[in-house]
Design a protein around this ligand. Structure first.
Ligand SMILES: CC(C)(COP(=O)(O)OP(=O)(O)OC[C@H]1O[C@@H](n2cnc3c(N)ncnc32)[C@H](O)[C@@H]1OP(=O)(O)O)[C@@H](O)C(=O)NCCC(=O)NCCS
Length: 178
């Protein structure tokens, strides 16, 4: 399986909208992710992320075909040593190990590109077992549970905070293996 993380282009807008317009994907994400998801939403999103330097948001491809998104949100102020990651995979590609591999690639890229970042984290709904596995397989560990902190889809939800400390030797190892 040839999984890559790459810069998206406006040519991806149709396929992004096709796969992103799925309530099952929206349910795992924050409300910043629109639903329904139109081609215009995809175009607006690409307009924002194409200016990123260094790149922080990537399309995920499998054998050259678009299958999802993953990205990094650098934190600011007193939280500036932290970066949050997120990801989604088109439903027809679920269960093939794609998110696990994409997160592995993203963590390596982050270690190599953002030397100031020392901690990576992800926030995941407690019901999102697949996403929790993706994080565990990438050596993230559950640091906290924030009870009933989110209100999504007309329900209060617990969020697990999963984190990954980048120790200096680990950064060296991860960077070498790219
Ligand atoms: C969460 C998501 C990204 C997982 O993507 P994926 O490519 O299917 O994940 P993987 O194939 O790498 O699977 C990861 C693990 O989850 C397991 N898994 C997948 N679906 C599962 C389910 N419904 N219940 C339990 N485990 C599940 C897989 O078996 C695998 O574990 P294993 O290797 O130990 O067997 C995908 O379901 C998705 O896009 N969901 C909507 C958006 C979202 O929730 N994003 C994450 C926000 S934190």
């Amino acid at each position: 399986m040839n999984i890559k993380i790459e810069k998206p282009t406006f040519e991806d807008a149709d396929i992004i909208a096709k796969y992103a317009n799925n309530i099952k994907i929206w349910r795992g994400l924050t409300d910043n992710f629109p639903h329904p998801y139109s081609k215009q939403n995809a175009i607006d999103f690409i307009k924002i992320i194409e200016k990123e330097e260094p790149q922080r948001t990537f399309k995920i491809t499998k054998d050259g075909q678009f299958v999802g998104f993953t990205g990094i949100v650098l934190q600011e102020g007193i939280y500036r040593k932290n970066a949050e990651i997120g990801y989604w995979i088109a439903e027809e590609f679920w269960g093939q190990g794609i998110a696990s591999e994409a997160v592995n690639l993203l963590v390596k890229y982050l270690c190599k590109t953002f030397y100031d970042i020392e901690k990576i984290y992800a926030k995941v709904f407690d019901s999102n077992i697949a996403s929790i596995r993706v994080l565990e397989k990438n050596r993230f560990r559950k640091e906290a549970t924030l009870e009933q902190i989110a209100y999504k889809d007309n329900e209060y939800k617990d969020i697990h905070y999963y984190s990954f400390f980048i120790w200096p030797m680990m950064r060296l190892d991860l960077t070498k293996s790219i």
